[in-house]
Design a protein around this ligand. Structure first.
Ligand SMILES: [Zn+2]
Length: 142
């Protein structure tokens, strides 16, 4: 590993794909193509082109699709600072909504999560699961 690779974000010994490698460039391009807008900005209702790919868990050794997200550089810098235990004050937007995407106001309520889980269970039942429940009582002979 060169000296340049040992500084900055590449210094994390858990990183398995160097940031300057062709493999990372391909993975990064794939993620940005799949999700071209910053996911943290979108959570606040703002459309910002994504420029960075972030490891959601903060663990750079987990390069699974579920652990990668597209962010703008500003959101990525803030999240990375938090991942490293630094305090980041962000304020609020013109509508009074917190700029911090991890603010409790953006957390989904238990009712919303229960509804999403019910939808997922319905989908996982297969073709019959796609049919609305009311249709199962429909009698074609009437
Ligand atoms: Zn952003």
């Amino acid at each position: 590993m060169t000296k340049a690779n040992q500084s900055g974000r590449d210094a994390d010994p858990r990183r398995t794909i160097p940031l300057n490698s062709a493999r990372w460039r391909k993975l990064r391009a794939y993620i940005l193509n799949e999700s071209p807008m910053c996911e943290h900005c979108m959570a606040r209702g703002i459309l910002t082109p994504a420029t960075d790919v972030d490891h959601i868990s903060g663990d750079p050794s987990d390069n699974s699709m579920a652990n990668l997200q597209s962010l703008c550089h500003s959101c990525h810098s803030i999240k990375t600072a938090r991942d490293h235990g630094k305090s980041v004050a962000m304020g609020c937007d013109l509508n009074g909504m917190p700029l911090d995407p991890s603010h409790p106001w953006y957390r989904r309520s238990d009712a919303v999560l229960a509804g999403q889980q019910a939808i997922e269970r319905q989908k996982s039942r297969g073709a019959d699961g796609d049919r609305p429940p009311a249709l199962s009582f429909f009698n074609a002979d009437c």
